[in-house]
Design a protein around this ligand. Sequence first.
Ligand code: BG6
Length: 474
Amino acid sequence: MINKDFLWGGAVAANQYEGAWDAGGKGISVTDVMTKGDVNTPRKITAGVLPNEEYPNHFGIDFYHHYKEEIKLFAEMGFKCFRLSIAWSRIFPHGDEEKPNEEGLAFYDNVFDECLKYGIQPVVTLSHFEMPYYLADHYGGWRDRRVIDFFLRYAKVCFERYHEKVKYWMTFNEINNLIDTDNPFNAWTGAGVLYKEDENPEQTMYQISHYQFVASSLAVQEAKKIDSKLQIGCMLHLGPLYPASCKPLDQIASLKAMDRRFFFSDVQIRGTYPSYTKKLWERKNIKLDITQEDLANLKKGTVDFLGFSYYKSTIAEYNAQADFLEKPNPYVSKSDWGWAIDPVGLRYILNVAYERYQKPLFIVENGFGAYDKLENGSVNDDYRINYLQSHVVQMLKAIELDGVDVIGYTPWAAIDIISASTGEIEKRYGFIYVNLDEVKQGTAGVYRKQSFEWYKNIIKTNGECLKDQVRVEK
Ligand code: BG6
């Protein structure tokens, strides 16, 4: 039914699972100064690592010391690929050094070799919600143009070192989260930036995004020089913002809302700023540091594919002051964290994105965060199986019935890890349960959930086991 080379796998991010935050010469990263929160308590960003604060990313699930056991379990599930990120501060602890940290580079060699031993292809994000804290503290993060050079040096070192082991790369995870300037975590985890009270965050946001676009385009060019086989993608957080009603103004609201979401891939895939953004800058008198050389580079360094995460959908309602208001969709149910469950939205967004770009699409995150209960060495997570199965069916419909070019699917998360938004382990996504207390005692503390067997069968049959649900148009 689908291509035999389809990349089934699972995804994680270094800062959320590696732990070993100060081992092997690693520097502090921006997520190392984020405290633990929960569904009702936001995380705090502290000025450096302070005593008496709890920093869950410091420990993660200690993959750093247990990667062999965990990769073995991924192999048992039949993973064709494993999406992970490199911790920038393991390679350049401060970010502005001339020479990389060999111990950090060797760690990823070991991880990649372990994957390849089982025929698992690593898929790598260069910056997944982290950068060296030093760059945030001393340079103001991506406010500073010099960070482009630091990122490029880091990217180049990675491409040179790993190009024979890693074909698929992404530059910045969910780069389009930056657009929501109301949530301070987006600029912090995405760019090492804290907005100041007396600045226009929108202006700053467009400037830091521009520097990241340039950095990404230079990284693409560098990668192609090193090895023309490398495939470099951008990575967005995607989900439909459906029109709130069939009122014509709600259609416009939805269109505008989707443009905001796609602005980042419009630049990274088309290599030029969209006209709707240029008009917005004129209207709002936004002036940016953009050179002719930057614009030429954007054109030269467009990405090969669009990677994206899909979790939920919302709706857009027309509003005269704000263009649109984003609201919850009353027609779908929600997880315990209030995230809407909308499998059809995945087929919808696959179609929309493919029509917009005609580029290969890679679903690099999709999953269900839930409280799990370990009983008799397993977890009965039928709620997660239901979520994932309904999404896989919609993805297969997009491929089979709509002709969308999807190259892979890596659910979030391959294994339980620390939640990005809340810093909890209790918001679990994995196929493998991690008992953190046992990990702290020094063993791996991992258990196969029921979804583990379910996913193993999906991969084994290359999705064929769902064909009856896919071929029915409903
Ligand atoms: C995505 C991120 O936004 O969502 C991941 O790329 C994150 O890093 C995932 O973990 C799920 O979000 P959360 O907050 O539930 O962990």
